[in-house]
Every structure is written in C-alpha cells, then in structure tokens.
Design a protein around this ligand. Sequence first.
Ligand code: DP6
Length: 384
Amino acid sequence: MADRKQATCIAPVNIAVVKYWGKRDENLILPINSSLSGTLSTDQMCAKTTIAISKSFQRDRLWINGKEQDATGKRLQNCLREVRSRCGSEIEGCHYHICSVNNFPTAAGLASSAAGYACLGEYFEYKEGITKIQFTIRQGSGSACRSMYGGFVKWEMGNKSDGSDSIAVQVTPESHWPEMEVLILVVSDKKKGVSSTSGMQTSVKTSKLLKYRAESLVPKLMTEMETAIQQKNYQAFAEITMKDSNQFHAVCLDTYPPIAYMNDISHKIVQLITHFNQYCGEYKACYTFDAGPNAVLYVLAKDVPQILSAVCHYFPCTENHDSYIQGLSNYSDVKEFPKEIENTICLDPIPGSLTGIIHTRVGSGPRVILDDNESLLGGDGLPK
Ligand code: DP6
C-alpha cells in the first residue's frame, strides 16, 4: 500500500497532584483551574498505539486491547476532524486505522485514555508535522496534554476565550527528582463509576465548593506545588498532594447528586498512610485518588520498602503472590511489618482488598518507535 503512512508511538500515563476538575468551555476543552501532574515511566505503564492512514481504508477504525471499538464517538472524531482540517488536501479521502494496547491491566480502571491520546498527539506531530497538537488531543481527553511531556507537567488554565494560552508545559524533567517513585494500589472494585467527563460537568453545574476551589485555592496551591518540586521538598509536596486529593473528593461529594469515587478500601488506605506518617513524625508517603477507588502513592525511593511492607501487611494478597507487586520490586523484596508500629496503627488487615500493586517512577514523555516490527497493524492495515 504505497499511499499508506504509518507509525507506532508509546505514551505515558500521568497522575495529577493538583487535580483538573471542570471545564469552562466544553468545545475547546478549557479547564476552570490549572493542574499539575507527574508523568509515570512508560516501562511499567504506557499506551502503545499504531496509527495508519490510507485512501484504501473504507472508514476510521479503532482497536483497543485487541477489541474493535466504535470509532464514530464524538471525542475521537472531534480530534480526527481537527487533524484533517489542519492537514488539508494532503489527507483528503483517507481514513485512519488506530490500534492501541496498554501494558498494564485495564481492569485496573487506571486512566489510560490520556496515554492513548498522547500517542495520537506524538504521531500527528511526528508524521503530519502538526504544531500545537495539545489543543487537538484535548478533544479526546483533557488531561492528555500533560502526558505529552516527562517529569512534572502543569496545564496552565489560561484566560483567553480562544484557549490559546491554555497550555501544558514541563515544570521539571524526569532527571530533576529521580528519587520520586510511585506505588499504585489497585483496589478491587467491579462497579463502573461516573466518567470524569460527565462527573465534572455535574460538579461545574452544582458545586459552589468547586467554584471556590478553582478561583480562590488552586492558584496558591499551584505556586506552592511548583516550588516544592523545584526545591525537591518532599514534605511540602506530600502535604499539598494529599490535601488537594481530599479537596477534589470533597468537591465530588458537594456535587449534586453526589459522586463518590473512593470506596471503603480507599478510605482505609488514607487511614494507613495518615497513621504511618504520624508514627514516623514526617511524611513518608502521600496518597492521591482520581476518578476511581485506586490509590496512587508518591514515595521517595528510600522509603518504598517500608511503605510496601505496611501496604502488604494491611492489604495482604490472598492468591498469586508472585504477581501481586509488578514493576520495580516484587513480593519477595517485602520485609515483615514491625510489630511495634502495628500497635499504633488502628487498622485490621483486609485480605484480598487489592488486586495488585504497581511499582513505578516518574518518567519520560511519549516517543515514536521506528522499528517496524513493533507495529500493531499488519500489511493489511488490520491488527496483527
Ligand atoms: C480526576 O482528562 O479524563 O483524573 O477532559 O473530560 O477527558 P476529560 O477528563 P479527563 O479528567 C481527568 C480528571 C482527573 C484529574 C486530573 O487528572 O487532573
């Protein structure tokens, strides 16, 4: 297929420490507050996506984790429409085939669409030479713009009505704070929650707390968080991260009807981290929760063994010990939890409450893979 253009990209997941929640413009995807996130290493968690475009394709098609999905959805089509209008006649009459896989369990319910759209962004920049691609991929997932860079990244809300100053920029590269690691505690929960997109719409309509947070609290939080990261001040970083997560979930409860993303296990994790930090007399771990029950802990490398032993003691696995911890460490690295601390943490172990733990770190941004063998689409334009 001589007319076919194709490339494969890898892009990271990002986890916000100052959360984005609410849009002031639903068409341009402009947020009502700035946000800041850590980009997670693609070694443990990433989306890998092959994008091909050809005149011989009859229609746009999309496969995610081996299953064909509806490619006519509004957000994907908005994104592709914008790319088509920016590329002009060059791609007229062509259709896209997009095939994406995640290298982490999708059942984990972890935000993978940001990584998927960041792959598209990397492709469009590389293959079509489109600049300012973040404005386009935000049509797919707002927070995807923060996955376009490694390290810590902020998405400035901007003030202009055309959105031209609402832009994601890198705060520090991944090399700045290499000790910053991440533990994702995947909470067992079959329930399908409210999507971020519709949740934040209801919050914007009904929560006065959201308005107050966006206007009066986030600007200061953003400055304080940036300083904490620049100065590698973990104590300040941890406190802001936990307070911001608590505040975001308070906004969700202030929404009417209320939205509860955290479940009982999420709250037990908060209790464990709080008591453990209190026992230590300083922050050793901080938690943050997105639009679901999973906890993400930002922890300095030196404290990871201790935190893992606490998590495995209170949330022990009941089966498959070998795969309970994935990534930078494994189950056999975990030491027994010291008895003397146990007495000060008022929590009973809850076996089987986590499906697993992913140990990763802050990492780099998206990249194009030049090796054609890595392509997810075969010569016929269909998944291999
Ligand atoms: C709770 O980027 O998924 O993870 O713009 O509607 O696609 P849309 O929402 P999305 O929202 C992410 C919300 C969050 C907080 C954050 O990542 O900042």
